[in-house]
Design a protein around this ligand. Structure first.
Ligand code: BDR
Ligand code: CA
Length: 311
């Protein structure tokens, strides 16, 4: 039986590739896509999610708009990375499929309450505002969630949006704190992993050479956002952060990490949103997250290319 997932996202080219990977994979049943403000504001993320579903030939996927700003802090966006639309790199048709009327947080609560405990895995790919709001409004759903597999944080790589913090956690640290203290089983894909999921010319050309509209779109998106990370890091390519979450559901053996304690910095402006990860187990605090540190990048790109080819 396919594993039921809900993707919570702020597309974003790498979010888009993650959504495509999930929709291409029969092992997963995408119950819905909940959108949040992050890389770009909510009207764009909830439009982009539908653009991606239509590109995948899956306009039947329910897409919900959620929270338009972080719990306590002003919204920080990342147009400098993802472009004005959030999906710059290729112009795709305006979506014809509707946005659902239900708020994303209501969808999360209602869906989790309606299913037996442990049947749904949440896959957050952006700031954790929707998930934290659902947990705060309906604490009973915590026991219903099988697992949360999320992209966020960093330990060895420290930060990307500030010297100390990764974007998704930095944008809504209060929400991240709620999720990391929830007691729900967590698997975390920090920059330590995603910075190993680097595109190369050969990997991008493999997408383009599929000769399909989806392969062409993925190559165009990666070409677009590569320029920013290559200039910043001097690397050969750019990290495909968010598909790591979906790849983990399909092939967990591609990843290695440690079950450790991770706390979120919510007080200091200097280090706001830092994931204080006890990698060396020196704090004595109880582990609350499987914090990944390593990735088989060739295996990851082989999986991704094979699945994108199916769309
Ligand atoms: C994360 O921030 C966003 O820009 C990406 O989509 C990814 O989820 C990486 O820090
Ligand atoms: Ca994202």
């Amino acid at each position: 039986m396919a594993r039921k997932i809900i993707i919570d996202t702020d597309p974003g080219q790498d979010d888009a590739v993650a959504i495509l990977l999930a929709l291409a994979s029969p092992e997963l049943e995408v119950l819905g896509i909940t959108c949040v403000a992050g890389n770009v504001p909510l009207p764009l993320t909830s439009k982009n999610a539908r653009v991606v579903c239509e590109l995948a030939g899956r306009p039947d996927t329910p897409v919900f708009a959620g929270c338009e700003r972080p719990l306590e802090r002003p919204l920080v966006t990342a147009e400098h990375v993802h472009g004005k639309t959030g999906l710059d790199g290729i112009t795709l048709p305006e979506p014809g499929m509707p946005l659902q009327d239900t708020h994303a947080v209501d969808f999360l609560i209602e869906t989790l309450r309606s299913l037996p405990p442990g049947s749904v895995t949440l896959c957050p790919l952006g700031p954790l505002t929707n998930i934290a709001t659902a947990l705060t409004r309906a604490p009973d759903i915590a026991g219903k969630i099988a697992e949360i597999v999320l992209m966020g944080g960093a330990y060895f790589e420290v930060g990307n949006v500030t010297p100390a913090a990764e974007f998704n956690i930095h944008v809504d640290p209060q929400a991240a704190e709620i999720v990391f203290r929830s007691g729900i089983p967590l698997v975390v894909m920090p920059l330590d992993v995603t910075h190993k999921a680097l595109t190369t010319r050969a990997r991008v050309e493999a997408f383009r050479n599929l000769g399909t509209p989806v392969g062409h779109a993925v190559a165009s998106w990666t070409d677009f956002f590569e320029r920013f990370d290559m200039a910043k890091y001097g690397s050969e390519g750019a990290p495909l952060h968010d598909p790591c979450v979906i790849a983990y559901l399909l092939k967990p053996d591609l990843f290695a990490g440690r079950h450790i304690n991770v706390e979120i910095e919510t007080v200091s402006e200097l280090t706001m949103g830092m994931t204080v990860a006890d990698w060396w187990r020196v704090s004595g605090r109880a582990p609350n997250a499987m914090f990944m540190g390593d990735l088989d990048a060739d295996g990851f790109y082989a999986l991704l290319t094979e699945r994108i080819a199916r769309l």
